[in-house]
Structures are given as structure tokens and as C-alpha cells.
Design a protein around this ligand. Sequence first.
Ligand SMILES: Cc1cc2nc3c(=O)[nH]c(=O)nc-3n(C[C@H](O)[C@H](O)[C@H](O)COP(=O)(O)OP(=O)(O)OC[C@H]3O[C@@H](n4cnc5c(N)ncnc54)[C@H](O)[C@@H]3O)c2cc1C
Length: 219
Amino acid sequence: MWRRYFSKTEVFCAEGEAAGDPEKILREVTDNLGRHLPEEFLDVVRHSDPDNLTWAPLLYRAPWAILTGGAARGPVTVAGDAFHPMTPDMAQGGCAALEDAVVLARALSRSRSPAAAPARRHLADGVAAYIAERRGRAAWIVAGAFLSGYVQQGSTSVPGVRAFAVKLFRDWIFYRFVFPLLADTMWFDCGDLIAPPPWRDDDDDDGEEEAADKKSHVH
Ligand SMILES: Cc1cc2nc3c(=O)[nH]c(=O)nc-3n(C[C@H](O)[C@H](O)[C@H](O)COP(=O)(O)OP(=O)(O)OC[C@H]3O[C@@H](n4cnc5c(N)ncnc54)[C@H](O)[C@@H]3O)c2cc1C
């Protein structure tokens, strides 16, 4: 299996033409985008099964949109790439999707717990708690991945003084101060799944039913 990420400026012309045609993808990589790569890599590319080739644009959701934009409607929400697609430079998309799953399951479980106030014992509240917990971290990872990709790859595609400035930033600031912070980000403990409380099917009108419950226990 091989995969190669090309920067936006590199693929700008090729993307539209090659996207749906495996033969063109192969040619584009061997003759153009990947022509400076080691011969061993190109050899693997040339022997690829065309049926397994895909070409997809890299997408990300802007961090400020993750912080302030919509992510749920009532009890319906998004997780993983649907919530926070990111560029691949920190290899965190799948990890973040798994974190979402844990946090969402925990938040839903808490929202249905008999310990929650009856008025808040609804799935929508669990979903809202999940979004509130995940927004900040998701925005930070997306921003970190973008910055990481930009200074490490983008600097090769901007001209003159700007390229020099990006290189200085990369070597003197990014690798010394920013990257260690980003690396720490990857060691993240999103907590454990808690044991689910006893499920209640009669979730609605909990207040009244609980009161009736208590009354019947008193007698
Ligand atoms: C080449 C590559 C390398 C990667 N490397 C890493 C890595 O090293 N570490 C890391 O953490 N992340 C990595 N990622 C990112 C990671 O794969 C994704 O972030 C992760 O898979 C997102 O999970 P998801 O469940 O949100 O979405 P997906 O894994 O995309 O799952 C969505 C599913 O929904 C299905 N689907 C779509 N539309 C419909 C529909 N209408 N009806 C029914 N089903 C539908 C799709 O077929 C798919 O199975 C990589 C991604 C790529 C492409």
C-alpha cells in the first residue's frame, strides 16, 4: 500500500483532470507530482492495481467554525471526520474520532442516569454536553495539524522572502516551541467509559413518574 500527500499548489492543476481516472492518477504521480521521489517509490506506484487507486482532496474544517458552528440538532449530532475533518499532518483524525465515541457514549449515559436532574434527563442534553467537551480539543488538533503541514510542506511552495520567513519560523520557533506542544497533544486521555446506569425506557415525564415512584415506596 502506498499513499502520498501533495500540497494544494502541487495538485491544483492535476486534481480536476485525474480524480476519476486511475490511469491518469498513475501518470500524474510518476511523471509529474512524484517525479523527484526515490525510484523505489515510483516502482511501487507503477505496479499498483489501478482498481485500488483513489484521489481525494484534503479537507479540513476551520477551527473557528468548530468552536462556534453547529454540530448538533437536538439529539442528532456528528462525530469524527463529519465533525472535525483535518489535514493528515498529525495523524490524529482516527484518534479524535475514537475520543469522540468515548466522550459521546459517556455524555449520553450520564444524561440518562437516574442521578441526573429529571428535567435534564434527555438525549439532547447528553449531546450538548458532548459537543461542549469536544469543541475545544477538536479545534486545537485541526489548527495544529494545519500549522504543522503548512510550515513543513507549505514552505516549499511559496516564493522568495516568504519561503525564507516560513523556513526561519519552522526551524527557530516551530520545532523548538510549537511542535513539542503539539506532540503533547497526541498523548491525550479522554477518560474512561463509565458503567451505564440502569436504563429506563420511560424517559419522558420522569418528574411525575419519579414522584409517583417515591410515593409508592413510602407506603
Ligand atoms: C490515507 C489516510 C491515512 C490516515 N492515517 C491516520 C493515522 O495514522 N492516524 C489517525 O488517527 N487517523 C488517520 N487517518 C484519518 C482517519 O482515517 C479518519 O479521521 C477516520 O477514519 C475518521 O473516522 P470516521 O468514522 O469519522 O469516518 P470514516 O472512517 O470515513 O467512516 C465513515 C463511514 O461512513 C460510511 N458512509 C458514508 N456515507 C454513508 C451513507 N450515506 N450511508 C451509509 N454509510 C455511509 C463510509 O463508507 C465510512 O465507512 C488517515 C486517513 C487517511 C485517508
